[in-house]
Design a protein around this ligand. Structure first.
Ligand code: FE2
Length: 249
């Protein structure tokens, strides 16, 4: 099966082309548009993907469930955001360059499950406990998954979740904003570009507070840091001897 994976509309748009389980192309929109954290796809990234692979996708996989996210935006009073990016199909049509990409079937996945899959399915583990700490998904802010393979197919079972408005990631964002750093970037490049002088000591205090809260909330055994993405989206994975995962909410 050939899948075009898309993450777009929030920050750092990107795509990946998967051919029978193998990643054959992955691209980050900002590398093409030269706009830092570009949330939009562009025609160049799609063209590059299609030219550099010798197959055409059968289906599109979108990284979150837009209407579930809209319900949270309504709840949070983000009425302007509610009317933005309503249609994934239209988003694809805007960059499909006369192809029929936008006519392909579109499957949407839970935002935190997408993070978990990015950690688990690129790891060497056959079974893992995956911890996702995000600013915000559709509603989830922290989630813990049991992930395993069954007849070659990755399976996920969410064993614990924390929902909006309780968010370690949003607390982190508030601290980084307060000290004049970007909430969606690593510290150095954006800090250098900002006009205000960042207060790094306050940032350090905020980071420590976040860390303490994180460790108090989540205590999986044999923790191994796999990757850090976006604004405090951290995927941890740990070897677990059985399906059980020790979690202290
Ligand atoms: Fe996320």
């Amino acid at each position: 099966m050939n899948i075009l994976g898309i993450s777009a509309g929030f920050h750092d748009a990107g795509i990946a082309l998967i051919n029978d389980g193998e990643i054959v192309f992955a691209g980050h929109a900002e590398r093409y548009s030269k706009h830092k954290h570009d949330s939009k796809l562009n025609e160049q990234i799609i063209a590059d993907a299609l030219v550099n692979s010798n197959f055409y996708p059968d289906t599109i996989a979108y990284y979150e469930r837009p209407w579930v996210k809209k319900s949270r935006q309504l709840y949070a009073g983000q009425y302007k955001d509610f009317f933005k990016g309503l249609s994934v199909r239209q988003m694809v049509k805007d960059v499909s360059m006369g192809t029929d990409l936008h006519k392909l079937p579109i499957k949407t996945y839970n935002h935190h499950q997408s993070h978990a899959a990015a950690g688990f399915q690129t790891s060497p583990f056959g079974s893992a406990c995956v911890v996702v700490i995000d600013a915000i998904g559709e509603w989830d802010t922290v989630s813990i998954w049991h992930a395993w393979y069954e007849r070659g197919e990755a399976k996920y079972r969410r064993v614990w979740r924390q929902s909006y408005p309780h968010s370690i990631g949003l607390l982190y964002s508030a601290f980084t904003k307060a000290v004049a750093l970007s909430t969606a970037s690593s510290v150095t490049p954006k800090a250098a570009a900002t006009r205000k002088r960042p207060n790094l000591s306050l940032f350090a205090i905020g980071f420590c507070v976040n860390l303490v809260i994180s460790l108090k909330v989540i205590k999986p055994t044999n923790l191994l840091l796999l990757s850090t993405t976006g604004n405090f989206s951290i995927l941890f994975s740990c070897r677990i001897p059985s399906a059980s995962c020790k979690v202290v909410p």
